[in-house]
Design a protein around this ligand. Structure first.
Ligand code: HDD
Length: 703
């Protein structure tokens, strides 16, 4: 940590003013007599107070709440045919800084909310900084940057009363959406479990727009960028999300921080979908439309490298708050397209940094500085540090023409010479108006459970909308996506289902439109890659957090061995008891009052007669177990720990709790007499699966 103070050094150990004057007293202002007024002579008081009064800078208008980490990107190579970008060449290692964020909430809002997550990466490459400013969803709400202020005004708290915080569940957002059918595909993503990531290390990232790759010969290919976590994707359930927001507002931030501190580094592979220019018009979507994906089954992913996040920031404000991203920060080998959303962004990001970071010199803030020399004739402005030399203009002869222009062969950035023509217009291309096809593709690609979650999310979101006409308009859009979706949503929000005749008319209209505009093109009907459940490998428990429930009298040997086993697998474990203290040599990590079931991915009830006897009498323990069951997370019991399950609401559901039966194991409730190999194998499997959706009876559990 370069900027840590060294208080052993004589020069550094005293408190000073910003002028370096050593301070002799900082607890009382200078006053005229012990009971007299403060005196203006007190420069130390005025400087300290003025600095404090100016501590806050404007928070980001969107993505205000963020958490970040340093890391490294290691390229696999093999892409020279497509791009000359140096950081993508085989064996190249590049430092990165990644900031994850929620979009809607203020800087102090909770992490666990239904929202898109920002996934912004700054690559400090040897050709200058490259920023990939993406989200955890591959599409966006709108097609043109000019609509962004409307979208953000609609989704943020309403202007008259500044409510609700960090939530889209209110009239103004759904009013806007109901009038903006281009948002329908994104709405499917936002209503899905993708909007509730369990961890930043268990979500995907996407560059969203179509960009270009440019090779040494200047040839261009279209490209979409994806980040694939090496862990399975995992999300909260909605009830859990809302509870976590209260129990630990910093849940995702803490998880990122703690994982890195314990050496359990989040990892992602950068994958590219590459499309030759000649295939631009081959598919049933316009590649310039940011509300569309390229189904992975049609345009496969090519692995470009691996990113490992391995270091927490030294100071939140210096790094996480002051980092400034921009989709226009490019390196040779990567270029832009005419996507109108991307074009709008190219203006907005620089503009916003000027306000947020107080002027045009924010690239001199260390987190934003490229790890390459910066040479140009820009000068002065607020907070400027780098003015040197006598010559500040180009061309010049007095500095031998330097800094001079770099030819492409020396890494000079040359824009792709794309032919451009057309009349000035405010129209969109016809293909952009296919608002529903890919929303249908998304819906059709979900499992039954994922569909049910979308429906329930819509019940919540639209249930908070007070104007009935808005709910009705949204249901009508849903009918164009899928009639089952529309009927199920309508059923939960007091909207009369659309008549079959009406649905038929809407769907026919959509089908005819699609036939007309995409005639002869390839159209995907199903894309398993869109489903988190279908993509699940369930092959690791790394990063899972387990609560071990125990009281005095618990078998401490079991606890010790279990903890060690979990940690050896990269999981985390905490002993949870009714009170803090010591359980015969085992430290209690959390008491019921300082934690909650929703903060764990699974629980284990350990053996020990007295411990179980105490837990059976404890409502907190019973509630804990019920809730974990309801949220479909695995439960393990050891020895007499199984007895406890019969005290919970699960009692009516349990057929045989002396030795969990086959059917219980299928539902992620596993038991064992001791912590033997057989038990650990069963438990590892259940924990890796994570959610056991087949618990049909969970809805009867009162938690
Ligand atoms: Fe944006 C921040 C991602 C559309 C204007 N955006 C911001 C951040 C992310 C994204 C991750 C936070 C960066 C950080 O951590 O500092 N934004 C996206 C994606 C979009 C998108 C993936 C669509 C594909 N954004 C978008 C549009 C506009 C903006 C259309 C305006 C025309 N975005 C901004 C901004 C922000 C921002 C106002 C706020 C703070 C900042 O830039 O630095 O300029």
């Amino acid at each position: 940590m370069d900027n840590e103070h060294n208080y052993n050094n004589e020069e550094e150990k005293y408190l000073t003013t910003n002028q370096g004057q050593r301070v002799n007293h900082t607890d009382d202002g200078l006053r005229a007599g012990q009971r007299g007024p403060l005196i203006m002579d007190d420069h130390h008081f005025r400087e300290k107070m003025t600095h404090f009064d100016h501590e806050r800078i404007p928070e980001r208008v969107v993505h205000a709440r963020g958490s970040a980490a340093h890391g490294i990107f290691e390229a696999y190579g093999g892409l020279e045919k497509y791009t000359k970008a140096s950081f993508l060449k085989a064996g190249k290692s590049t430092d990165v800084f990644v900031r994850f964020s929620t979009v809607v909430g203020f800087r102090g809002s909770a992490d666990a909310v239904r929202d898109v997550r920002g996934f912004a990466t700054k690559f400090y490459t040897d050709e200058g900084n490259y920023d990939l400013v993406g989200n955890n969803m591959p599409v966006f709400f709108i097609q043109d940057g000019i609509k962004f202020p409307d979208l953000v005004h609609a989704i943020k708290p309403e202007p008259h009363n500044e409510m609700p915080q960090a939530s889209a569940a209110h009239d103004s957002f759904w009013d806007f959406i109901s009038l903006m059918p281009e948002s329908m595909h994104m709405i499917m993503w936002v209503l899905s479990d993708r909007a509730l990531p369990r961890s930043y290390s268990t979500m995907e990232g996407f560059g969203v727009h179509t960009f270009r790759l440019i090779n040494e010969e200047g040839k261009s290919h279209f490209v979409k960028f994806h980040w694939k976590p090496t862990k399975d994707m995992a999300s909260f359930v909605w009830d859990e999300t809302q509870k976590i927001a209260g129990k630990d507002a910093d849940f995702n931030r803490r998880d990122l921080w703690e994982s890195i501190e314990m050496g359990n580094y989040p990892e992602y592979e950068l994958c590219l979908q590459i499309l030759p220019e000649e295939d631009e018009h081959k598919f049933g979507f316009d590649i310039l439309d940011a509300t569309k994906i390229w189904p992975e089954e049609m345009v496969p992913l090519v692995k470009a490298g691996k990113m490992t996040l391995n270091r927490n920031p030294d100071n939140f404000f210096n790094e996480t708050e002051q980092v400034a991203f921009h989709p226009g920060h490019l390196v040779p080998g990567i270029d832009l397209t005419n996507d109108p959303l991307l074009q709008g962004r190219l203006f907005s990001y620089l503009d916003t940094q000027l306000l947020r970071l107080g002027g045009p010199n924010f690239a001199e803030i260390p987190i934003n500085s490229p790890k390459k020399p910066v040479n140009n004739n820009q000068q002065e402005g607020f907070h400027r540090r780098g003015n040197t030399g006598k010559v500040n203009y180009f061309p010049n002869s007095r500095a031998t023409g330097c800094p001079m222009m770099a030819p492409a062969s020396e890494g000079g950035y040359v824009h792709y010479p794309e032919p451009v023509s057309g009349v000035k217009t405010r129209e969109r291309s016809e293909g952009f108006k296919d608002f529903y096809s890919q929303a249908t593709l998304f819906w059709n690609s979900m499992t039954a459970v994922e569909k049910q979650h979308i429906v329930e999310a819509a019940w919540f979101e639209l249930g908070k909308v007070t104007e009935m006409a808005i709910r009705e308009r949204v249901v009508e859009h849903f009918a164009r996506i899928d009639s089952d979706l529309a009927n199920r949503v309508a059923g939960g929000i007091g909207v009369a289902p659309l008549s079959p005749d009406k649905v038929e008319v809407l769907q026919k209209e959509q089908a005819e439109f699609v036939d007309r505009i995409w005639k002869g093109r390839l159209i995907a009907k199903d894309s398993p890659a869109l489903s988190m459940e279908k993509m699940k490998k369930a092959d690791s428990i790394q990063g899972r957090k387990v609560g071990i429930l125990a009281e005095n009298g618990a078998n401490t040997a079991t606890i010790k061995a279990l903890k060690e086993w979990l940690i050896s697998k990269g999981a985390m474990a905490e002993v949870v008891a009714s009170k803090f203290g010591d359980l015969d040599g085992i430290k209690v990590d959390k008491s019921y009052i300082t934690t909650a079931s929703v903060l764990y991915d699974s629980i284990v009830i350990v053996d020990g007669e007295d411990s179980i006897a105490r837990q059976v009498e404890n409502g907190e323990t019973i509630h804990f177990i019920n809730e974990v069951y309801k949220h479909c997370k695995s439960i393990a019991t050891i020895g007499k720990g199984q007895k406890l399950l019969s005290q919970t609401a699960l009692k009516n559901l349990i057929t045989a709790y002396e030795g969990a039966s086959e059917s219980w194991e299928e539902k992620g409730v596993v038991g064992g007499e001791t912590l033997d190999k057989g038990f650990l194998e069963k438990y590892e499997k259940a924990l890796a699966v994570y959610r056991h959706w087949q618990r049909g009876a969970k809805d009867t559990v009162p938690a």
